[in-house]
Design a protein. Sequence first.
Length: 253
Amino acid sequence: MLSQIIFTILIILQIYEANSNSFGGSDSVQETYGHEEQSRKKRQAPTNVTSSPATVLPSTNQTASSASAPFNLNNPSVAVCTGFGWTISGGNCYKVVEGLMDWNQAVAACRAEDPAASLASIDNEAENRLLGRMIARSIARSLQTYRLATTLFNTLWIGLRRVRAGAQYQSTWPNGTLATFGNVPEITTVESTTGGRNIYPWGIGQPSGTNKYTDPTGTNEECVHMFSVDGQWNDVGCEIQMTGAICQKSGQF
């Protein structure tokens, strides 16, 4: 009987030893659990990490201009016109204002459209022809609306002033700069008796000024208007009423 009990105990010890070797013992179990816990922590997403913004580098085939800062609506690179009815060209804004007005009233009409606006200053032929095309509809409307003495006055004021300075006129724009485009001498006696000259942008025989051959009354013709879709000019007295004005202001960037 005793021998049978001892035999049974030995069998149990062998089974226990075999199980211990199979699982690696308690230290091995703890080590395995530790590795699994570390792995789980690595897989777990962090919740309190602050990352800095990523820097996006341009691709190798991207040009320098396209890699620059994004377009800023508060600082555009092209000019725009604020207000209604303005047309932009070359960084300037233009608007035709219609209604019977003398030159001084035309100045006021432009300022009423925008405090920064003035009668148009024209620096070159391309700009002048653009404005000529702009006034075509206005001239057509004024010819139907107003019964003026001549169609010459169904036209619009520009900003040029020709003020006599000694024997000649000094031509200036509203900002005080001397005119280069369209700055021609007063018509001469020979030109007036041969039918007049034709120097663009002036009409034939213009500017006549106060030449006694073309203006016997001696009235100063210091103000200028545009009277054709070709952009031709004529000088007249500033008190004459035209049918509108060409206003100008700088575009906003």
